[in-house]
Write a protein that binds this ligand. Structure first.
Ligand code: FES
Ligand code: FES
Length: 194
């Protein structure tokens, strides 16, 4: 809904953030990153560059990763947004968040919420058989099969998320561990049902 506020155009947008419905009244130019941080106090998404270049602001919108600094809130009416807070809590970390802890996949931690959100979506993309730029075409014979995540695959798929501390080796290890754990869990549940 558009409001006339004497020359400044504002809009109302309804989104669900980490499971909670929210109605925002905002300037038409407000990005999702600013809506999260300044309107809703959801601060895990970080403003690194504000130009779509670092990935620190990565969140999930309807399960897909987006750089929230380049996403206009006005375009997201009716969507579901998940940030690192929505993946797990300090008392109940997600498997991926725990793997980052176990593998020391961070130093200052500034990039980490974006890394975790990006990795969460990336793991789902690979599990759904979506290829990356470095996927061997022979791996695509079965379009529904999950793709194995080599370190090269993980690095390529995470290349939009920069880490100024250079924690890449341990970030890759954390994602590799999580992919293996999830694949093992999927295999075990398939065996149980067969
Ligand atoms: S702050 Fe959004 S990509 Fe850097
Ligand atoms: S842990 Fe410091 S920027 Fe990545």
């Amino acid at each position: 809904m558009e409001h006339d506020t004497g020359g400044v155009s504002t809009l109302s947008t309804k989104i669900v953030v980490n499971g909670t419905p929210q109605e925002l009244t905002h300037d038409v130019r407000t990005t999702l990153l600013d809506a999260l941080r300044d309107h809703l106090g959801v601060t895990s998404a970080k403003k690194g560059c504000d130009h779509g270049q670092c990935g620190a602001c990565t969140v999930l919108v309807d399960g897909r990763r987006v750089v929230s600094c380049l996403s206009l809130t006005a375009s997201l009416d009716g969507t579901e947004v998940v940030t690192a807070e929505g993946l797990g809590s300090p008392e109940d970390l997600s498997d991926l968040q725990q793997a980052f802890v176990d593998r020391d996949g961070l130093q200052c931690g500034y990039c980490t919420p974006g890394q975790v959100c990006s990795a969460q979506a990336m793991l789902a993309e690979a599990a759904a058989g979506m290829p990356s730029h470095v996927t061997d075409p022979s791996a695509l014979a079965d379009p529904d099969a999950a793709l194995e995540l080599s370190d090269a695959e993980i690095r390529e798929r995470m290349s939009g998320n920069l880490c100024r501390c250079g924690a890449y080796v341990n970030i890759v290890a954390a994602i590799r561990d999580t992919a293996a754990q999830r694949a093992a869990a999927t295999g075990a549940s398939e065996e149980e049902t067969s």
